[in-house]
Design a protein around this ligand. Sequence first.
Ligand code: PRT
Ligand code: ZN
Length: 303
Amino acid sequence: MDQTTERQTRLKLAVQKAGRLTDPSLELLARCGLKLSRGRDQLLGVGENMPLDVLFVRDDDIPDLVQEDVCDLGLVGLNVIEEKRLELAARGAKARFTALRALDFGHCRLALAGPAERSYAGLESLRGLRIATTYPYLLQRFLEQRSVQAEIVRLSGAVEIAPRLGRADLICDLVSTGSTLQANHLREIETVLESHAVLIRTPVTLPAEQQDWVERLLLRIEGVEQVKESKYIMLHAPRSALPEIKLLLPGSETPTIIPLEGSPDRVAVHAVCRENVFWETLESLKRVGASAMLVLPVEKMLA
Ligand code: PRT
Ligand code: ZN
C-alpha cells in the first residue's frame, strides 16, 4: 500500500490534550483495544493496532476540527457542542458534525448560581440581573425559553469570582461536585444543561473501510459501557428455587443451568447480570436456598 492510500484509510480522532476529558477518553480507547504510541511532540498518537490516530487538541477546537473534516471523529463535552451549535445558528450557519453516541464520563451540569446568602424567589426574580458566563448562547436560550430578561456578561474564565468582584449578580457555569461553588460562597439555583462526553463525527461520507472501523469502534464502546456494571454470577441452588432465583438476579437474561453430579435436586446457575450485584441480593439468594455464590467482573462483552 503506498503512503497516500495508507493515510486515507486511517481515521483521525480528536481528543482533549490536557483536561478533564483526557484520561477518561484515553481509558475508553484503551478499553476498546487501541494501543497508542504518542509522538515526541505529543500532538499525535498513532494507533499501533488499529487504523486510527488520535490528535490531541483543546476541547473547544474539537467541534470545528470535526465539522471541517480535519478529524473524522471527536470526543467532547455536550456543553461544548451545544454552545457551538447555537453560536453557529446565531450566525445563520448550521453545525455539520453529528453526535454519534453519548458517553458515560465527563458528567456535569451547566447551572445558574448566586450568592449563598441571597434567597432565590424563582426565575421571575432574575429579571434585570447580570449573569456572568463562558456559555452565552446556552444561557441566552435558557433565558429566552423562560421569557426572562437578564443581562448576559460574557467572560472567558474565572466566572466564579465575578459576583465578588461586582461584575455580575449571578453566574452560569459548569458544576460537578459543587465544591467550587461552595468555596466561592455560591449556591446552585437552576440547571441550564445536563452534560456528558459525546462522540461526534464528520459530515463527510467516509470510504467503506473507514466507515467499517467507525462501526466497529461504536460496537466496542457499547460493549465497554455495558460491562462497567455487569457481573458474572455463579451459584448452587435447589432446582425448585429456580423461579425465585431468576427473579432475584438483577438484569440477567436466560441463565445457564447445569446439573450437579450426585445431587439430583440441586443445580449450578451461571448468569450475566447487567447491573451490579449487591450484598443484599446475595443475602436474598441465600434465603431461597442458594449457596457457593461467586460474583465476578466481566471484562469484555460483544452482543
Ligand atoms: O484547555 P482546554 O480548553 O482543553 O480545557 P478546558 O479548561 O476548557 O476544559 P476542562 O478540562 O476544564 O473541561 C473539559 C470538559 O469536561 C468540559 O467541557 C465539560 O464537558 C467536562 N466537565 C466535567 C467539566 C467539569 N466536569 C467541571 N467541573 N468542565 C469543567 N468543570 C469546572 C467548572 O468550570 C468549575 O470551574 O470545574 C469547576 C467546578 O467543579 P466542581 O467539582 O467544584 O463542581
Ligand atoms: Zn476549553
